[in-house]
Design a protein around this ligand. Structure first.
Ligand code: CP
Ligand code: NVA
Length: 330
């Protein structure tokens, strides 16, 4: 039977089968080709979507806006603090109001529970644009990028270096398990993903024929990898005070050229962005001054190297988000 995800929310990849993920990736490829060839695809003219952002964003917001416009949708953006949500109006009430006006709702914020509550009450598809726990639209872009680079996903050796229990670590663990990539989380023990999630991922991996490995040893983690992935060491919403401890914990996991040499010669470097690979940001400068560290999770050399595919990932956010919007609203 064909895949049909019309009317579904997109909150975490845990809710999606490998066949459904494959369907979205294939649709994203078609949209990417259409965009490249200048073929119009205003298939959703007359519909409207709203984007709720309680945390800042460049890629996710722009991807939703451009994808929405390309599909002919009306798009409303509500920035942090400019709606009644949470302060004067509960989430169930907000969801029911927005569900009466819009055909779909994107939410970026803190709790996964909140995005689930929006989905439960709105009566329209809700798309998770990042919570503290998961970042599922990023996963589609990353899977598409790897497939473009290697021609396949199944059997690739994927290593995630750094804070393996943040939204990216959690999401990549699930995405790799679903799509048959061998997943290694390389981090200090206290930043390993939660045991309950690892257990779930192990069951999923069993079905897809892949493996899950957790290691504290960066050399072991990087050995034979096809992909080395990292993310910032302190995520949005975490207090400034955690920087010192986090730097102490994660410095040995910095992705530098010595570490990249442990991976396969054909390996690629990936990062969801934004990244602290130099001091050309206010936070980057501040950390360099306070802790004497001019590059953090990845060195500028690796970030700018031929192995880095970070801007392909960024572009693919738009094509994959377009597929999610279209497949759930069409
Ligand atoms: N990768 C990502 O979600 O980027 P933004 O925070 O800019 O949306
Ligand atoms: N872990 C990062 C991901 C940003 C896309 C954060 O939550 O800030």
């Amino acid at each position: 039977m064909g895949v049909n995800i019309r009317g579904r929310s997109f909150l975490t990849l845990l809710d999606y089968t490998p066949q459904e993920i494959r369907y979205l990736l294939d649709m994203a490829k078609e949209f990417k080709n259409m965009k490249r060839c200048g073929v119009p695809h205003r298939y959703l003219e007359g519909k409207n979507i709203v984007l709720l952002f309680e945390k800042t964003s460049t890629r996710t917001r722009c991807a939703f806006e451009v994808a929405g416009h390309d599909l002919g949708l009306g798009v409303t953006y509500l920035d942090p603090g400019s709606s009644q949500m949470g302060k004067k109006e509960s989430i169930p009430d907000t969801a029911r109001v927005l569900g009466r006006m819009y055909d779909g709702i994107e939410y970026r914020g803190f709790s996964q529970k909140l995005v689930e509550e929006l989905a439960a009450y709105s009566g329209v598809p809700v798309w998770n644009g990042l919570t503290d726990q998961f970042h599922p639209t990023q996963m589609l872009a990353d899977l598409l990028t790897m497939e473009e680079k290697f021609g396949c996903l199944k059997g690739l050796n994927f290593t995630y270096m750094g804070d393996a229990r943040n939204n990216m670590g959690n999401s990549l663990l699930v995405a790799c398990a679903k799509m048959g990539l061998h997943f290694t989380a390389c981090a200090p023990k206290e930043l390993f993903p939660a045991p309950e999630l690892v257990e779930k991922a192990e069951k999923i991996a069993e079905a897809s024929g892949s493996t899950i490995r957790l290691t504290e040893d960066p050399e072991e983690g990087a050995a034979d990898a096809d992909v080395i992935y990292t993310d910032i060491w302190v995520s949005m919403g975490e207090p400034d005070e955690v920087w010192e401890k986090r730097i102490g914990l994660l410095k040995p996991y910095q992705v530098n050229s010595t570490l990249m040499k442990k991976a396969k010669p054909s390996a690629v470097f990936m990062h969801c962005l934004p990244s602290f690979h130099d001091t050309r940001t206010t936070i980057g400068t501040d950390i360099a001054e306070r802790f004497g560290l001019p590059e953090m999770e990845v060195t500028d050399e690796v970030f700018e190297s031929g192995q880095s595919v970070v801007f392909d990932e960024a572009e693919n956010r738009m094509h994959t988000i377009k597929a999610v919007i279209y497949a759930t609203l069409c």
